[in-house]
Design a protein around this ligand. Structure first.
Ligand SMILES: Cc1cc2nc3c(=O)[nH]c(=O)nc-3n(C[C@H](O)[C@H](O)[C@H](O)COP(=O)(O)O)c2cc1C
Length: 178
């Protein structure tokens, strides 16, 4: 079976981020079906400005869009900041509105945070408007995330591990049109 290419984005740019750790845990858990590339340059993308959203796009944006285009699916793992989506992640997504890389693209979203409901709901709204292909089974809210995932890429909470495994299966099915 040919492995599907997944571009993974962490909404946290912290070095010892729980969300980044979660991405690496998923990379290991899904290694038979997915080839996960971690895009860890969202903090280096320019600030979105419609005046700069022209052809040719800024170089870093061109690269980001190319990676999104080439991916079979996108995995987003993010915390919530101040009851919303972290600015760096929202900035990255805003660059894709006009170029539509998310349109029909299979997406898995995990919000792993202390609470996270607001960011999760907000991101679902954003993904809906940019036509990301996300289902109820490819999204997951993990509250109290720091007690469930450690910084050594291990999901320590049994129930969370099962939920993540279920999400991987559903994401693979979505990508493979099963
Ligand atoms: C500036 C700031 C604001 C935060 N606001 C929220 C919040 O509104 N809701 C929440 O669930 N967690 C909030 N948190 C906690 C983080 O989401 C939490 O620590 C999360 O696990 C961090 O993810 P990371 O380990 O991937 O960086 C906030 C953290 C920071 C630094």
């Amino acid at each position: 079976m040919i492995k599907k290419k997944i571009l993974a984005i962490s909404g946290s740019t912290r070095e010892r981020s729980t969300n980044l750790s979660l991405i690496y845990a998923i990379k290991e858990l899904s290694k038979e079906v997915f080839e996960i590339e971690v895009f860890n340059e969202i903090a280096g993308l320019p600030q979105f400005n419609p005046d700069h959203d022209i052809d040719p796009a800024p170089q870093k944006i061109f690269g980001f869009r190319k990676l999104l285009k080439e991916a079979d699916g996108v995995l987003i793992c993010t915390p919530e900041y101040a009851m919303g989506v972290p600015g760096t992640l929202k900035n990255a997504i805003d660059w894709t509105v006009s170029s539509a890389e998310f349109s029909k693209k299979p997406v898995a979203l995990i919000t792993a945070s202390s609470m996270g409901e607001k960011a999760h709901t907000s991101l679902l709204e954003t993904l809906k408007i940019i036509e990301g292909n996300i289902t109820g089974d490819t999204q997951l809210l993990i509250s109290f995330a720091k007690t469930k995932i450690n910084s050594d890429t291990v999901i320590t909470d049994k129930e969370t591990l099962e939920q993540v495994k279920k999400l991987i299966k559903a994401f693979s099915k979505l990508i493979n049109h099963e």
